[in-house]
Design a protein around this ligand. Structure first.
Ligand code: IFM
Length: 761
């Protein structure tokens, strides 16, 4: 098996520096390090983040992921002139992130303004074997004459979050010639970070260490003959604690000790251990495509690489930020993106990780209960945006109108409540996919009952029925509406599943069952019209529609807001992102193929796709309806959100949800994986130019390997496992092959799947 492709940066350009710094970031779920160059550029944003390390910098601010002191930067002087690709002449360029190994490699040949040529090569990785470890190796070779080379590097604590300083420099020290250590405390004193670097330069360098203006630097200079190489090996150990009982000296002492051990092994040995860990990841997760467009495989490898490095597998008190650990977008906050767009990948490849992500929410139930209570409801109202402790972190205001000084309120924290049902949906998905009774009997049922209790208290009696008023559905261009179909259906499902699970585990009291039964009986579920179109909310269909073509070609840029105010957009049939179509995706058993097609046809022309969470979902619903060419187009458009030509869309970090959706589109769209009460279902419909697709799938504790072609489905299962294959319930143990021609094909050329798998035969 060949393990993973690469991502290459086509050339050096100041315009796309920050995009590639996000896309090519190093990480391991514990830390994320932006792929900035060693040398400085004014427009370049450096960034290193630790999962879960947030801090609130001032009054009226929210917690944000702290941008840590930088360890990547190296000031390079060649014959007295600073190395910068903005001067001299770049003769050769190669920059590549190897997904298989997690190593970022750059190699350039540069002609300095004085005319001399240099080969400059750097490699770096965040260890997949030792989370605290980040290593870098820089090699410089004067190519035509001897040169004087100066290098300054160390720990640079002048880093900020776009001007906000979160850390106090508590202590800086140097140990011997090569070990530097900085100890930093968040300004509220709650957390401490220790960064220790070993810097070693080959050859007879003259070195000193300076600590000035928050920069602890080793400065070295040496003469190097033509053709000789000088190598800087820099190994960094980054650790932190927010334990109030921590002993600063212990943390720094242990870090130094760990660093010494790593330094004695050196870059190659450390890298080799990291590579082995990456190999295990690819073995258990990789999706392989045989098709005519190599970009498809690359996109999947890119997605899995990032899904791995964004996930804090080591810590169930942390979850995944909307921009992962690759930038400061959304201040590193956690949204519904995690449960709906990211968790499924883990659920079907490493279910323990999915469980851990759910436990993050479970740990944060107290904050969610408190938010519900403060707003006059019961149960758990999870914050729309959260950080480490599960308090509401959504900023109160967004952009400011600089002419009027009026700030735009962010309504999501007040009304975007569907997140509560999305979390419950993920709990149920976990149960159906794993059958993990232990988790369900404890954390699972807690989460379901608390979320259900919220919905029961959230509903209002009106028109002789229960309604849910004043919400924002997934479509954030439509605010403060009543009976958003997505919210009502998801809330209904949340309560129904809670009752089912509570009964199964003999939890919940009579009062809960009685109020849940009334809710389920009386909650208004908007109905599809005669064409199958489901109204997005009570007023949506009465609003005027406009031609959105010119906004759709600039999807993601929110250009509609240059022509219309938010209030005006709210009064038109304009969607930012999938809403009813999102519901069709989430609850596939509740809607027929005809209804899904009708909703796609009605809502897509009204959807700008200004959110990165939109296109992939349209693609999956299209695939499930049998429109594979359309599904493929949506999938590719979703990939281009980060991997496309646009130089700035990922400047402040990759779009984590869109990254998860690359996997979702392949597995839930083209392989047709879905979850139902009766278990997992596969209903493949490969794009015409994919000859074969192979992927691992964990189902009910059994590891499976699925190989799909246009003619066959081949399943290898480590133990006996049952699941739906189109409309048939099959059991496989060992290896089994199914001919697609054995399944009933609909007019659209896909096997029929509707409504058949809600229960086991
Ligand atoms: O969670 C999303 C939301 O649906 C749309 N705006 C961006 C958020 C973070 O990705």
């Amino acid at each position: 098996m060949m393990y993973a492709t690469t991502l290459n940066e086509p050339g050096f350009s100041p315009h796309s520096l920050n995009k590639y710094a996000s896309l090519m970031a190093s990480g391991n779920g514990y830390m994320g390090v932006r792929a900035t160059h060693e040398e400085d550029y004014t427009v370049q944003t450096r960034g290193m983040y630790l999962a879960g390390l947030y801090h609130r910098a001032g009054k009226g601010e929210t917690n944000e992921l702290v941008n840590l002191p930088d360890v990547v930067g190296v000031q390079i002087e060649l014959n007295g002139a600073p190395f910068s690709l903005l001067s001299g002449h770049l003769e050769q360029w190669h920059r590549e992130l190897n997904f298989a190994t997690g190593e970022l490699h750059r190699s350039v040949v540069w002609q300095a303004p004085c005319g001399a040529h240099f080969a400059i090569e750097s490699r770096r990785f965040a260890s997949a074997a030792q989370p605290e470890l980040f290593a870098l190796r820089l090699t410089i070779t004067p190519l035509d004459t001897a040169a004087r080379i100066s290098l300054s590097t160390g720990i640079d604590a002048t880093q900020t979050n776009t001007g906000r300083q979160h850390l106090d420099e508590t202590q800086v020290r140097v140990f011997g010639q090569h070990y530097l250590q900085g100890v930093y405390t968040t300004q509220d004193g709650a957390a401490e970070v220790v960064i220790s670097s070993f810097c070693h330069i080959s050859g007879e360098a003259q070195s000193n260490v300076t600590a000035k203006n928050r920069r602890l630097l080793q400065n070295s200079a040496l003469e190097v003959a033509a053709g000789e190489r000088v190598t800087l090996e820099k190994i960094t150990w980054i650790t932190w604690s927010d334990d109030s009982r921590r002993e600063s000296a212990t943390l720094s002492g242990q870090s130094l000790q760990a660093l010494r051990e790593c330094a004695s092994r050196g870059y190659d040995s450390l890298f080799s251990a990291s590579k082995s860990a990456w190999r295990r990841f690819w073995q258990r997760s990789r999706v392989e495509i045989e098709g005519s467009d190599p970009r498809d495989q690359q996109a999947l490898d890119y997605a899995l690489y990032h899904l791995h490095i964004m996930t804090p597998e080591h810590d169930e008190r942390s979850s995944i930020a909307a921009k992962a650990l690759t930038g400061e977008g959304y201040k590193g906050h956690v949204f519904w993106d995690t449960e709906v767009f990211l968790l499924p990948f883990h659920l079907f490849t490493a279910p323990d990780v999915a469980r851990q992500l759910l436990r993050y929410r479970w740990h944060n139930l107290p904050g969610a209960r408190e938010k519900a209570r403060r707003n006059g409801w019961q149960g758990a109202l999870f914050p729309w945006e959260s950080a480490r402790r599960g308090e509401e972190e959504t900023p109160e205001f967004a952009a400011i109108n600089i002419r009027t000084g009026v700030r735009q309120k962010v309504a999501s924290a007040l009304a975007e409540h569907h997140l509560v049902a999305d979390i419950a949906w993920a709990v149920i998905a976990y149960w159906h996919a794993t059958g993990d009774e232990r988790f369900m009997a404890h954390e699972g049922v807690d989460l379901l009952i608390e979320t259900a209790t919220f919905w029961i208290s959230r509903a209002t009696e009106c028109n002789g029925r229960l309604e849910i008023h004043d919400v924002i559905g997934p479509d954030e261009y439509t605010e403060h509406v009543n009976n958003n179909a997505y919210t009502n259906y998801m809330a209904h499902d949340n309560v129904a599943q809670a009752v089912h699970v509570a009964r199964h585990f003999a939890r919940g009291d009579e009062a809960f069952y009685a109020s849940a039964a009334a809710f389920l009986q009386h909650l208004w579920l908007p109905e599809c019209d005669e064409n199958g179109v489901l109204p997005q909310d009570d007023t949506f269909l009465a609003k005027p529609a406009i031609d959105l073509t010119r906004y759709k070609v600039k999807a993601g840029k929110q250009t509609i807001l240059l022509d219309y105010s938010r209030a005006e957009v709210n009064e038109m049939q304009i969607l930012k992102q999938a809403d009813v179509v999102m519901l069709n995706y989430m609850l596939p058993d509740r809607f027929t193929r005809r209804e899904c097609l009708a909703n796609l046809a009605f809502y897509e022309p009204r959807t700008i796709h200004d959110s990165s969470l939109s296109k992939a979902i349209h693609g999956i619903v299209a695939a499930r309806c049998g429109d594979v060419p359309q599904a493929y187009q949506f999938w590719r458009d979703g990939i281009d959100i980060d991997l496309g030509e646009e130089p700035h869309s990922s400047d402040d970090g990759i779009h984590a949800a869109a990254t998860g959706a690359i996997w979702l589109g392949a597995i839930q769209g083209f392989a047709g994986l879905s979850l139902h009460q009766g278990g997992v279902k596969l209903a493949p419909r490969l794009p015409a130019h994919w000859q074969k697709m192979t992927f691992p799938l964990h189902c009910q504790g059994v590891a499976m390997r699925c190989t799909l072609t246009h003619q066959h489905i081949n399943i290898e299962a480590a133990a006996s496992v049952s699941f739906w294959l189109y409309d048939q319930y099959v059991t496989v143990e060992g290896e089994a092959s199914f001919a697609l021609s054995d399944f009933i094909l609909s007019a659209a050329g896909t096997a029929t799947t509707e409504g058949l798998c809600s229960r086991k035969p």
